[in-house]
Design a protein around this ligand. Structure first.
Ligand code: MGD
Ligand code: MGD
Ligand code: SF4
Ligand code: MO
Length: 738
């Protein structure tokens, strides 16, 4: 007989970092609930937390490495799997060079301590320039803005949501997403708190999202119109002399350029194109400037678009020009106990455009090339063609634009390996699959999300469950592969040698050891001095609900990494890019005058989805079908379409058939499909997700349309045609494209 035991940990599924209380009895998870004593999240959770248990129990989750054979996947031993992966990748590297290996790191890598640290070493061991990660469908515009303005991509301002009086939120839906680049813990109370304190939350989104219920006001915006809106707000502030230029100049270079750029964006000229009345733009500008504190914040709605970087930059410009950057209630910089910046400077590469993709010539950002070029880099012959591919906790066939093309390209590779615990759209192409252990079987420390918190806290969690027999963590897998491929190279010759020697006798550093070293040598650490006060892993272990390190503090002077310590407010590549905002505006102005200007597609997230991969959890998929295409009644009546009917949605790259839902939740001219649906290709191995309705929205998104500065895919604002479907079916393969 065992007795139930309760463990405390942090949910690693989204960025919110909710504290969990997990009860285990006889090796089974019997309960998962919010930890009310958690210093940061105070008990808040969402339905996905229960998915942790369903993933743990899921019979479709892999527990052993698999080899693809003519008759399907068969289990093999770890030693056989790792030896084969290392020898196949080595052979490709010797024959064609390092760049013949492509690596994609998917979103969960940053949520998983073991994978994140293991991946950093693995990249150095392989040494390829064909590295890709999820940021080119996500945060690259934000990271590049930080690199250009503050000299470091990880110096990211987050809204001081607990103290702000006025929040202008563009292209984010924290009520569904849990918040992003704004790690919040207690999501609902923190977002609703702005209004509850008498402040104002103004939401800008082409869809009246779930967050609009927590907002003071919501305004539709034509997809892609945010840069023009921000320039119009700046125009008002400058014209009405609301900017304290002397303060701005003391902290930054280039403010005079901003003055001249905003001149061409009078609210009256911008309004018809973006769909927000001029008087509303003027009012927002005045309220923003008059508020005791204010913050503009934008997320993937403004990143996943052609003007992503310029829009992210203009958000920081607005915060700085109104005196709200690095100040209480404004946009502030967290001070994490484990400083990601240290990792960034040594491992993640703090640069832009140092090399370019071979075929299309797009620049790397922080060492990574845009995932939208992976397919063409696999298909196009010549030196540097990708012939071997490693997918690290990613499902790019579901998540990159024009995914049908990538699907075909993966099928043509000489060798592919997936680090994944499901056989899904992507891993089904792998010759070998290496499944890391479950989140609750590993220790957890959120290296990335502690650096994006709206309040400084720190928390480490011990594994909740013992490791399953013969299981490996993603760290074990990546470290082992790195050693077999030439060794982890930290860059210090003596240390590198010691790691090799240790490996030979079966010893390796652990992620916990790295956390201990980083925290002890960090801002709050004991500096490795015995008897000195300060944080260490031991201290963290003594605080299972986390340690509060206080509200955010002004600290940019400490964190900025530009050569002269000043903000570079007007980097030439961003200033020059305003020409593209003008081109956008001219086109949108012309469209605004046509009654029948065509439809554009945007995405959406839902509380019960997690990117491409949690649809195999029964509790998250039961209930109503959530996969429909949303269309405004005005467009539905123009096209004679009705709710419930199946429609064909067609873009330059593909066609899907989905169910229609007519609603004024989306603005006229805009349709919306959720991301992460359409698992029919993997129905045999995802037995819950496979039969669900819905289509993969990335069969429609275009790999050739992106933000040229950061390579970020334009996943919103995709031109589409919607017509009645001949017969109901879930989805169709995309038409062949180059
Ligand atoms: N159209 C459209 N496309 C989008 C988006 C959108 O909004 N619209 N969003 C984009 C964004 S923001 C992102 S971040 C990307 C995400 O896209 P990806 O980077 O592809 O990540 P996921 O879809 O989360 O897939 C993660 C994979 O990791 C596996 N996995 C999960 N946890 C673990 C683990 O602990 N260990 C192991 N070994 N495997 C694990 C899952 O089975 C899954 O196959 O998608 C992007 N694509
Ligand atoms: N439940 C759940 N939570 C998640 C995820 C998930 O899949 N499910 N994914 C996680 C990941 S990887 C990420 S990156 C975060 C993302 O976190 P958020 O950015 O908060 O995610 P979304 O809900 O996609 O919100 C983006 C909003 O932008 C709007 N939008 C689209 N185009 C435009 C535009 O041109 N302008 C403006 N102003 N708005 C636009 C969309 O309608 C949408 O409401 O969420 C994370 N959390
Ligand atoms: S909001 Fe995010 S972190 Fe919190 S329980 Fe849900 S998925 Fe987990
Ligand atoms: Mo993301």
């Amino acid at each position: 007989m065992t007795s139930p035991r309760t463990h405390f940990t942090t949910c690693n599924l989204c960025e919110a970092m909710c504290g969990l209380s997990v009860t285990v009895d006889g090796g089974k998870i019997t309960d998962i609930r919010g930890d009310h004593d958690d210093t940061f999240s105070a008990g808040h959770i969402c339905p996905k937390a229960l998915g942790l248990r369903e993933i743990y129990e899921d019979p479709d989750r892999l527990r052993q490495p698999q080899r693809r054979t003519k008759n399907g996947f068969v289990p093999i031993s770890w030693d056989e799997a790792l030896s084969e992966v290392a020898s196949k990748l080595s052979a490709i590297r010797s024959q064609y060079g390092r760049n013949a290996i492509g690596i994609y790191a998917g979103n969960p890598t940053v949520h998983n301590l073991q994978a994140l640290l293991g991946y950093a070493g693995f990249l150095r061991a392989v040494g390829t320039k064909n590295r890709f990660d999820a940021n080119s469908q996500d945060a690259n515009p934000r990271l590049l803005t930080s690199l250009l303005l503050y000299g470091e991509q990880t110096v990211i301002p987050v809204p001081d949501i607990d103290r702000t009086s006025y929040m202008l939120m563009l292209g984010a839906n924290p009520a569904a997403s849990g918040g992003s680049l704004m790690t919040m813990g207690d999501v609902k109370n923190r977002v609703r708190g702005v209004k509850a304190r008498g402040g104002k939350l103004v939401l800008i989104d082409p869809r009246r999202s779930e967050t609009s219920e927590w907002a003071s006001e919501h305004h539709f915006i034509r997809p892609g119109g945010d840069a023009a809106l921000l320039l119009a707000i700046l125009h008002v502030l400058i014209a009405e002399q609301k900017v304290r230029w002397a303060d701005v100049r003391r902290r930054s270079h280039g403010s005079e350029r901003i003055e001249s750029l905003a001149r061409d964006f009078a609210p009256a000229d911008v309004a018809p194109a973006i769909g927000i009345p001029a008087e509303t733009i003027v009012r927002i500008a005045r309220e923003f400037a008059a508020a005791p504190s204010a913050v503009a914040y934008g997320r993937i709605g403004v990143c996943q678009q052609e003007l992503g970087t310029t829009t992210s930059w203009l958000i920081d410009v607005l915060n700085l020009l109104t005196g709200n950057l690095d100040r209480e209630g404004g946009a502030m910089f967290p001070q994490p106990a484990f400083d990601l910046g240290t990792l960034s400077r040594k491992v993640v590469n703090n640069h832009h455009g140092r090399w370019r993709s071979r075929v299309r010539g797009l620049p790397e950002v922080g060492g990574n090339l845009p995932a939208a070029v992976m397919a063409e880099e696999m298909e196009t012959p010549g030196p540097g063609q990708i012939r071997g591919f490693v997918s690290v906790l990613g499902n790019p066939v579901a998540s990159v634009p024009n995914s049908a093309r990538l699907d075909r390209a993966l099928a043509g590779l000489e060798f592919m390996v997936s680090l994944d615990f499901y056989i899904n759209e992507t891993s089904r192409h792998a010759h070998i699959i290496l499944p890391g252990s479950h989140a609750l079987e590993r220790s957890q420390y959120d290296v990335v999300f502690h650096a994006l918190q709206v309040r400084n806290t720190t928390k480490y969690s011990l594994p909740v469950l013992p490791p399953a027999p013969d299981s490996r963590t993603d760290w074990d897998i990546l470290y082992d592969l790195s050693m077999r491929l030439g060794g982890v190279r930290v860059g210090l010759p003596l240390l590198d040698k010691a790691l090799q020697l240790a490996h030979r006798v079966g010893l390796r550093p652990t992620p916990d050891l790295i956390v201990d070293l980083a925290v002890r040598t960090g801002k709050y650490g004991d500096k490795l001095l015995p008897g000195r006060e300060g944080l260490s892993l031991r201290k963290l272990k003594e605080a299972p609900h986390g340690i509060d390190l206080g509200p955010l503090q002004p600290c940019l002077q400490e964190r900025i990494r530009t050569q002269d310590g000043q903000i570079q407010l007007a980097p030439p590549i961003l200033v020059d890019d305003v020409a593209r905002v003008k081109t956008w505006l001219t086109k949108a102005q012309a469209n605004a005058q046509q009654a029948d200007a065509g439809l554009v597609l945007i995405g959406r997230r839902q509380l019960r989805t997690n990117n491409s991969w949690m649809h195999n959890c029964p509790s998250l998929t039961k209930g109503p079908d959530r996969s429909a295409l949303l269309m405004n009644p005005h467009d539905a009546s123009r096209l004679s379409l009705q709710t419930g009917q199946h429609v064909q949605v067609e873009s330059r790259v593909g066609t899907v058939t989905v169910k229609l839902s007519v609603t004024d939740e989306v603005m006229p001219g805009v349709v919306s499909l959720p991301h992460g649906f359409g698992h029919q290709q993997a129905a045999a191995t995802l037995r819950v997700a496979g039969p669900l309705p819905g289509a993969n929205v990335n069969l429609l998104t275009d790999d050739l349309v992106l933000d040229p500065l950061s390579g970020t895919a334009s996943l919103h604002g995709v031109p589409v045609r919607v017509t009645p479907a001949p017969t109901p079916s879930h989805s169709q393969p995309a038409s062949p494209t180059p």
